[in-house]
Ligand binder design. Sequence first.
Ligand SMILES: *Cc1c(COP(=O)(O)O)cnc(C)c1O
Length: 446
Amino acid sequence: MNWTEKDLAHIWHPCSQMKDYAELPPIIVDHAAGLYLYDKDDNRYLDAVSSWWCNLLGHCHPRINAAVKRQLDQLEHVIFANFSHTPAITLCDRLAGLLPAGLTKFFFTDNGSSAVEAAMKMSFQYHYQTGAPQKKRFMALSDAYHGETVGALSLGGVDLYSEIYKPLLLDIIRVDGPDCYRCPYGQHRESCHAECFAAAEDAFAQHGHEVCAFIVEPLVQAAAGMKIYPPAYLKKLRQACDAHQVHLIADEIATGFGRTGKLFACDHAGISPDMICLSKGLTGGYMPMALAVTTQKIYDAFYADYNDGKAFMHSHTYSGNPLACSAAVEVLAILREENILAKANANSRYFTQLVHEKLSEHRHVGDIRSIGLINAIELVEDKASKRSFDSKRRTGYQIYKQALKKGVVLRPLGDVLYFNPPLTITREDMDFAVRVCADCIGEVLG
Ligand SMILES: *Cc1c(COP(=O)(O)O)cnc(C)c1O
């Protein structure tokens, strides 16, 4: 058996109908450098989606590689209860100075979903221990995505992922969220006052008393198709949470570390959440690690004599893994020393212009939405009515397969094609990626 056959004999790939692999077998990646993946036959692929939004500074970055190798010879892993190490301490010390104000207490987990779970339990337990045990439900937006474990999946509002599991899931208060492309108020993202927050106001009025936390993906609902909404919505949400003693959990797993043009998406709105969840770009896309970061106030509600039973009894075996921390510390150093964000922002204007220039005229390009280096293209059957294609046509998937042949990884979300590349993408690679995207749309849709 060759590698592909052995893979198919044993491996169940994530988020995949394995039958599709009969026609499109997995690409066996041999090595990677910068923005490119290289397969066994030395074909190269531009990683325009940052390997599921986690690769931040390119693959096999010399500085991150060196940092992890140094750490590997020093300490690979250690129990994180009662033990600690300088990579974790350094990381938290530096991040505390970069996060929205007040987020100073760091809880480590080992993937994004588990950071969301930790934040949920923390919020529930906080209210339980501070005289508000009736606050035990969660609010989340329509089209939200917060991960795949049962708690995190409950918060999600994308049926593709959660529909079948509904009998297992928590009873969430679902709030109709912003939908700027098909805005029911006929407004525009650049000029509106988040009129659509009215739905959240109603939900707070009805349920605020029984809610411990509202979780939100600040500014970009990524898994929903890179749906972007204005900072005004977040400001209103912060105020409503305060008015109803509801924690605001910012899930910045996808949006953190410069993806939106600022270090964190909350910074666009100038708000501080009560908890923030981080992962993906945190380690530059090197290692599974995540954080639920919270405030002194919430931390203090758990701080008591042991026999009071107030501790947060939550743990993951690989909490605070030193290798992952060493990668994360180096990522922060590179971001600062190499002025990455400023350079990315200068390039992002070029990128967005290019995407508009090459794609907006196409008769099936309904919407182009952009923030930072994220540029998403929603394909529709009919532009005037914004009618989507029948999802059974799998239009996005056809384009994805076509783009792979031309050397670009453009894995879409349904019929939303998007670029969410490492922050270090060059203009030359932008030209290449957008050209391939335009060509493939043309080939598949005429
Ligand atoms: C990816 C993602 C998660 C889940 O993280 P995993 O590491 O895949 O479990 C949660 N929330 C958001 C916004 C994400 O993009």
